[in-house]
Design a protein around this ligand. Structure first.
Ligand code: KG4
Ligand code: ZN
Length: 336
């Protein structure tokens, strides 16, 4: 089977071709980061318009580069939610229309399912069942994954997502959007022991998260140490970044260990933008080794949004017999 995957839920236009015999054939991504940078965050209307501009050229590009004709396709998968409604509409309308025009089935994909299946595109892919930690700009969830579509939510953030907290803390330190990777880079120059940030909700049982208090704590620390221009000196900013990152990573690791213990699983899949974080990977590696468990990640470029994970999820869903009908429906909020 050969599947075209389309991702447009936020600020990346991603297109890919997955072939069940040959693996990932092609993928192309256009990131809108520069477009939104001046506004300090994603502007939904601008995102939608840019998806309109970029999507079909990217589809043409992956089809041509892989020597794929429409007749070679067995289906088209597109992200139907969750995400920005206008942005989702672009990918869904285009995906549905192309599938109709090329006379192949279409299938709707849940964006977070795409993320959690992304490590299956790598060598030594994880096998069901496993626990997944989904950490992106919009979600922080621990999920018990028994099989395709068999998901039990074990815990989630009650307020901000981990990536969102990274982005907001980065803004307080005057770092450009998207702040997560920039804060992580700054943290490398910092002393994580100078400030001690709280590890929210780790002192009581349960697998839920809360990151909004950490945001307030960061703001207070920035203000308490600010110079005349409103920011602490460079080293202090790095120390705050390091303390913040420590706190988020520590909290995530504690809950992952708890989730593995509670379910008895030995494999942890970590996906979503924050799974690119180096410290998180190092700490999980060390913590899981003690428990005889292993962690699986997508390759770096597939941690954040991409079309490859949607093409792959589409392949599994189509193989399982799932089809989208002719109506185009997107779900900005969509529990997994
Ligand atoms: O999965 P993703 O591309 O988009 C969503 O579905 O949200 O995740 C983007 C999020 C952003 O909040 C970004 O700051 C964060 O992932 N992120 C990171 C790192 N790389 C991306 N956060 C911490 N450390 C990183 N290295
Ligand atoms: Zn995502």
């Amino acid at each position: 089977m050969r599947i075209l995957g389309i991702e447009t839920s936020c600020d990346e236009t991603g297109v890919a071709l997955y072939d069940s015999e040959r693996g990932l054939l092609e993928h192309a991504l256009f990131s809108q980061v520069d477009l939104h940078a001046d506004y300090g965050g994603v502007v939904p209307e601008l995102a939608s318009r840019d998806h309109v501009r970029k999507l079909l050229p990217l589809v043409r590009q992956v089809m041509e580069r892989s020597g794929t004709a429409p007749a070679d396709l067995d289906g088209i998968a597109y992200t139907a939610g969750p995400g920005l409604v206008g942005a989702l509409m672009v990918g869904a309308c285009a995906g549905r229309a192309l599938a109709y025009g090329w006379d192949v089935p279409a299938v709707e994909i849940h964006h977070m399912e795409g993320h959690l299946l992304a490590p299956m595109l790598e060598e030594n892919p994880p096998a069901f069942p496993f626990v997944a930690l989904l950490v992106s700009g919009g979600h922080t969830q621990l999920v018990d994954v028994r099989g395709l579509g068999e998901y039990e939510l074990l815990g989630e953030s009650l307020d901000d997502a981990a990536g969102e907290a990274f982005d907001k803390a980065a803004k307080m330190l005057d770092l450009d959007y998207p702040g997560g990777p920039r804060l992580a880079a700054l943290a490398e120059k910092g002393d994580p022991s100078r400030f001690t940030f709280p590890r929210p909700m780790t002192d009581r049982p349960g697998l839920d998260f809360s990151f909004s208090g950490l945001k307030t704590y960061t703001l207070t620390t920035v203000r308490d140490n600010a110079l005349e221009d409103g920011l602490p000196d460079e080293q202090t900013c790095a120390d705050i970044a390091a303390a913040f990152q420590e706190a988020v990573v520590d909290t995530l690791v504690i809950k992952c260990r708890r989730a593995l213990k509670a379910t008895g699983r030995k494999t942890l899949v970590v996906a979503g933008g924050v799974s690119a974080n180096k410290l998180l990977r190092e700490r999980l590696e060390a913590a899981l080794a003690k428990e005889g468990a292993t962690a699986c990640y997508p390759r770096h470029e597939f941690c954040t949004d991409n079309g490859a994970m949607i093409a792959y999820a589409g392949y599994l869903r189509l193989k399982a017999g799932q089809r989208a009908d002719l109506g185009v429906e997107v779900r900005p909020r969509w529990p997994m």
